[in-house]
Design a protein. Sequence first.
Length: 183
Amino acid sequence: MKEPGSETHPLKFKVPIFGDGGVGKTTLTHRFLNGVFKESYQLTIGMDFFLKKIKINGKSISLQIWDFAGEKKFRFLLPGAVMGANGTILMFDLTRYVTFKNLTDWLAAINEANEIHDQKFIPILLVGSKLDLDGMRTVPKEEAIKFAKQNNFIDYIECSSKSGENVEELFAIISRSIVKKLK
């Protein structure tokens, strides 16, 4: 019998990414998958689904990344994206304060969907995007850290899909948290 997390039987984790339109969810996903930065992408319609195999703590993991559209008209799809999720990434744009302010609505919708599906503590990682535009920052790091702590998120990290800074690390953080939860 093969052990879960082995090369032949990787652990499978569903990780949806939520946040307002334009915060960089698609750019982040493609940077993580392909290691390249593209200046612009077409608007995500509904949600896109991607797979990437990684290794965390010696375990093989197949990450199912669900890139969820940020526009309100797609919110009716959110419960389906949350169903069966092992972890969640909640993302905002460091240069657009409104995307940080809207995290409260996103979190309420995620929590409601978790209740509908009777899912207990699903790790959430808060991600501030566009760190390469730090000079245009409108969200103080301390405020984001405070929000993450107040809402019992597993962590807060800032990243840049353009430079690649912390992209691999943020997916490692959420994956390690999920592995830890399995123990």
